[in-house]
Write a protein that binds this ligand. Structure first.
Ligand SMILES: *Cc1c(COP(=O)(O)O)cnc(C)c1O
Length: 393
């Protein structure tokens, strides 16, 4: 299989660089720096040592015997990204990009955040590496996620309220892109998922692929074989592509991505881009986008803020088209049920995002063959979601 993306940043017909001319030079500079640093011994050593000594990698793989038994008749292993410093996989990418920025001598970092998870990961990486950090966040999200706003400020970041549009994530991204164009020489924009213009989807994927690389080795050691199934939730798509990427060449492994089914199939009630979306361009990349009949970006809904985005990473759109990865969705209700069941049976409170993958297994696990080895990515811990779930009781 040829390595993707191609030179122009496409995965098949998806991806590319749909940005103003003023940003092209910055994207080129970022790609050139990355391609050079990827092979640079001292860069790799620095990254690896931070991942090991600070983030806490490798994260373990835990067999979930009791929760697995609720799902079906197979062996279920959880890849424990919830045990990373800051509680999710996002730190893998934030550290990687912050290190590149430092080598490019950009002292100022900007980021956007919806629920605040990517903002916290970025603020953490910047505190560690001594970089200035500005995080754009919609006013609505700031009110919903007070605790993360305070956390980012504790970490030394400036949080800038965005009062345009729906005052949520997509407006924060627009604002961050504007800042990036204005301060192109001094600033690096750390994007939080496999979204945006090339080279972001490639670079974020590469930094997250440590998840699947470790998981393959750990599962092989434990079971003396390859997993039969790998499953993860899909927001922008970074934790899932991180799990899948090294498994793509192993054709025997069934790969499953789970999107947010929300409250139901009506536009505006979910974030299921494959069943409800169409080809479109959003935030610099061509992919499947939730939009109305006039091409206006649709509102989305999910119980989990991290899955609540109208587009999906272009590589996922390609893998779906190829049929290499299967995509399904899981409703709010089913995710919530999985959230409770995993907590009770395993003593692990999962992020509501990760609970979507577990919910799919609860509902559909009986169709998986006996004694199969299944690895599910536990992309984050649920502590951040406890107040929200408590309010639902
Ligand atoms: C942000 C987030 C997600 C969704 O983002 P992806 O890029 O699709 O991984 C999933 N799980 C957790 C815990 C998150 O914080």
């Amino acid at each position: 299989m040829k390595a993707l993306p191609d030179r122009r940043g496409y995965f098949g017909e998806f991806g590319g660089q749909y940005v103003p001319e003023t940003l092209m030079a910055a994207l080129d500079e970022f790609e050139t720096a990355y391609r050079k640093l990827r092979r640079d011994r001292s860069f790799r050593r620095e990254l690896d040592s931070i991942l090991e000594d600070y983030v806490g990698r490798p994260t373990p793989v835990t067999e979930a015997v009791k929760f697995g038994a609720l799902c079906g008749d197979f062996k279920l292993f959880l890849k424990r990204e919830d045990l990373n410093h800051t509680g999710a996989h996002k730190i893998n990418n934030a550290i990687g990009q912050a290190l590149i920025a430092k080598r490019m001598r950009k002292q100022r970092i900007i980021a956007e955040t919806g629920a605040g998870q990517h903002g916290v990961a970025t603020a953490t990486a910047c505190a560690l590496l001594g970089l200035e950090c500005v995080v754009y966040m919609g006013e609505v999200d700031m009110a919903r996620q007070e605790l993360n706003v305070f956390r980012m400020r504790l970490l030394g970041a400036e949080v800038v309220p965005v009062s345009t549009g729906s005052r949520t994530l997509k407006d924060a991204i627009n604002e961050a892109l504007r800042d990036r164009v204005t301060n192109v020489l001094t600033t690096h924009y750390i994007l939080g998922s496999v979204l945006g213009p090339h080279p972001y989807p490639m670079i974020v994927r590469d930094f997250q692929s440590v998840i699947g690389r470790e998981a393959l080795a750990q599962i092989r050691k434990r079971t003396r074989r390859l997993p039969d199934v790998a499953i993860a939730c899909v927001g922008g798509g970074s934790n899932s592509i991180g799990l899948f990427y090294e498994m793509l060449p192993h054709k025997s492994i069934r790969l499953i991505g789970v999107e947010a089914g929300g409250r139901g199939p009506q536009l505006g009630e979910h974030a299921a881009r494959f069943s409800g979306g169409a080809l479109g361009v959003l935030h610099g990349t061509r992919s499947m986008v939730l939009q109305d009949e006039f091409g206006q970006i649709a509102e989305t809904h999910s119980i989990s803020a991290g899955l609540d985005y109208p587009s999906i990473g272009p590589e996922h759109a390609h893998l779906q088209k190829l049929g290499r990865v299967e995509y399904y969705d899981c409703s709010d209700e089913l995710a919530l049920e999985a959230f409770h069941r995993l907590s009770e049976t395993e003593g692990i409170i999962p992020a509501l995002e990760s609970a979507h993958a577990l919910g799919w297994l609860l509902r559909n696990g009986r169709s998986i063959k006996r004694n199969a080895v299944v690895v599910a990515n536990l992309s984050g811990r649920g502590d951040k979601d406890v107040p929200q779930v408590m309010a639902l009781q």
